[in-house]
Design a protein around this ligand. Sequence first.
Ligand code: FES
Ligand code: FE2
Length: 378
Amino acid sequence: MTAMPLTEVGKRVLANVDADHGDYAESMMNVPVREYTDPERFARELEMVFRRSPVVVAMTCDIPNPGDWTTLDMVERPVVVVRGEDGVARTFLNACRHRGAAVATECFGRGRRLTCPYHGWVYDTAGKLVGIPGREAFEGIDATGLIEYPTAERSGLVWAILTVGAPLDIDDWLGDMASALDALKLGELHRHDVETRLPSGNWKATADGYLDGYHLGYLHKNTIGAKSITNRNTYDLFGPHVRIGFANKPILEQRNIPVEEWDMYAAFSLVHYIFPNISISGQPGNPLMVSRILPGPGVAESTVVQYQYFRAPLDTDAAKADAEAKRVKYRDVTYDEDFVTVIGVTRRFAALADDVIRFGRNEMGNQKLHHWVGRLLG
Ligand code: FES
Ligand SMILES: [Fe+2]
């Protein structure tokens, strides 16, 4: 099975513009505010949604070669994702088997060995413990390597389940989202090496912002929404994952051109939302912005980490300067407009405790998120 091609998405976006509304869910959906704020539910979300379901732990292009590694610190399961000498990406708990220190302390690195900075224990790229200074003091040690989590690599992304021994069927989890992601050619990207790390409010309220095309012409009317015809979105639902199409004003000029000849980039925008916490904004052939929502530590907070990816290596000062300008612009819009709003929403949750959050038929992506969180909590 494959996802509908982008030419079809373009036609649907234009049809939505003509119809004066976007794709509709069957009905509205009310989500009790307590589902956002209940600490006990939040703890179950971390467990069932983030530790017992597949999550993206790395981009393939972040660790292209044997020995490359990247770290991720999420839901109290800090990991290091390492590409082994055999080319296989593996996910390890980033905790030394001696006394628990982080064995990898940077976001990205490479080497044939990971050496714990605390007392110098050494691990190879398959996680095997291969060196202990003063080894005779540890005669009979019961640990042979780093703790490993089930891992799979698909569609330019590395996925793991942050629970030892849990079954991981990534094809089942992705369904047709795999072919939608394949079209983005994520494996061929090049990262702009400057991280953006921003505070936001409750993780689901933050995700709600990434999943809705409704707010673009209002909250972002003077910035990224200026080119948009807001609230005419297409939603492709692939299990828990969502592909959202956004109409842009130039789509009106494409009306009499065969869709195969459209300027796709001008006509519409795309967001691929990978459940539960990754948003990829951008089109095939163009730069992409990857945002990751890290829930917690408490129910009222999250952190959003953004990286920008380009189709060619950033090997000139001009390319780096251009990437940096894009990064700063996007950082400012997402913080000043999106996350400040979400922090404000989160502050109001206590007073709204007996009320509900109301999602319209046009907020189909949001409905899907809350449906799937509820489903995984059982
Ligand atoms: S904690 Fe890693 S070597 Fe001691
Ligand atoms: Fe936004």
